[in-house]
Write a protein that binds this ligand. Structure first.
Ligand SMILES: [Zn+2]
Length: 421
């Protein structure tokens, strides 16, 4: 057994331990504790990480790796509508999902996420290109194959095509798992929603929900910028009538509201809707830096936590965020919600995300039996509250993986070719 020692161990499954240790054998955690190690553990040669906090690898519950090539190309917008239009016109210039620069950007993004301490990813993809790349990089992931079609009157063909794409890369499971995900209430027809819900009734799924004021307006009244956008894309269905309800109530009609759902964003959801997600056991995935970038506003993170809904954290794609560093996302939650306990934010970035993505058995906490996907964060002198420090914004230079040389040389750049761990 290898014993990792550090000034702090943040197990998530229990309180922070000062002068803690984690025992690892054959890639799994076998024990952990504070300074008084049980007999047998002391005998093992300790690997002392010094003034660091050991914690489980982070879980990025929502990103779109295939958009990584858009980094810096879609400027921040004052309205969601304007941002989406800019994204769509840029995407039209890159019709080949296997173009070399797209592939290279995905590979680099995975490596950068790992260098920032991310050990599990929830990825949304239209093309499934990222799925095999996540597998090849040794990055555990749940890949949501996103389905769209507002004019689709019968979802059979759309779903058959999606199923074929998934079946073509089945061999990457179970390290990378796949299921279907409807894009959003305004981009999926009622028939397609029902088909998706019926296709994989036991699978986890994800949807962008309550992201923008435009979405809420569209569901309540119809019209507005979303209808205009659908019309200009040739995707509008003149027979569609607004359901005159909120986003949560709308997707409930299609049987999507369950403990298998990751509802992403929720910026515009009311407290009552958040409580509805909570009582269904769904997970809300917040991506606050992206919300600001795309003009959707600031998420009511205080309400998220107060409502009792399970909160996970995502970065969203590099089209709407500077980097895939989940620590930066935690810092943004702290900036928006000064009263949220730091422990709850760190738990969102680890255990809650792992459980929502179906990886809770192996990741998300430091507990016997779980995989030793552990990171160490350098903690400066004078820090008393290490959980608060972890949500203050941690740079990749201060993050290392326990199975890699530590501390990393200051000069080490994020590896474009992530290694297995
Ligand atoms: Zn998204």
């Amino acid at each position: 057994m290898i014993v990792h020692r550090a000034a702090w161990v943040v197990p998530i499954a229990g309180p922070v331990m000062r002068d803690g240790w984690v025992g690892v054998e054959a890639g799994r955690i076998v024990a952990s504790g504070s300074s008084t190690a049980p007999a047998g553990v002391e005998a093992a040669p300790p690997f002392d990480h010094g003034a660091c906090a050991i914690l489980p690898a982070l879980v990025n519950a929502h990103t779109h790796l295939e958009l990584s090539y858009m980094r810096g190309l879609v400027p921040p917008a004052t309205s969601f509508d304007a941002w989406v239009r800019a994204l769509i016109s840029l995407r039209a210039k890159y019709p080949d999902p296997l173009a070399a620069d797209i592939i290279q950007a995905i590979r680099h993004a995975i490596g950068e996420a790992r260098a920032a301490g991310t050990g599990v990813i929830g990825d949304i993809t239209n093309t499934l290109v990222s799925a095999r790349m996540l597998h090849d990089a040794g990055m555990p992931a749940h890949v949501f194959h996103e389905v769209l079609g507002f004019r689709v009157a019968d979802g059979t063909q759309t779903l058959a095509a999606a199923r074929r794409r998934i079946d073509a890369v089945r061999e990457i499971e179970p390290g990378v798992r796949m299921s279907l995900a409807p894009h959003a209430p305004y981009s999926v027809s009622p028939a397609l929603f029902l088909s998706i819900a019926g296709e994989m009734p036991d699978a986890i799924t994800s949807i962008h929900l309550g992201e923008s004021p435009e979405e809420v307006h569209f569901l309540l009244h119809g019209g507005g910028p979303i209808q205009s956008a659908l019309e200009s894309l040739g995707a509008w269905n003149p027979d569609w009538t607004p359901p005159r309800c909120g986003p949560v109530e709308y997707i409930e009609k299609f049987g999507l509201l369950s403990e298998r759902l990751l509802a992403v964003h929720g910026v515009q959801l009311s407290y009552r809707e958040l409580a509805q997600l909570a009582s269904a056991g769904a997970t809300l995935v917040t991506c606050p830096r992206s919300n600001r970038w795309v003009g959707a506003g600031s998420p009511p993170v205080d309400q998220f936590y107060a409502s009792g809904v399970r909160v996970a954290i995502g970065t969203d794609s590099l089209a709407s965020v500077e980097d895939l560093n989940l620590f930066s996302e935690m810092a943004q939650i702290r900036a928006l919600g000064a009263d949220i306990p730091a422990r709850a934010i760190v738990e969102s970035a680890t255990r809650i995300g792992a459980e929502a993505l179906g990886f809770g058995e192996d990741y998300g906490t430091i507990e016997p039996g779980k995989r030793a996907a552990l990171i160490a964060v350098r903690v400066p002198d004078g820090v008393d509250d290490v959980e608060e420090y972890l949500v203050s914004g941690i740079r990749p230079a201060d993050i290392g993986w326990l199975n890699e040389p530590w501390p990393p040389p200051e000069s080490r750049a994020p590896s474009p070719e992530p290694r297995r761990h």
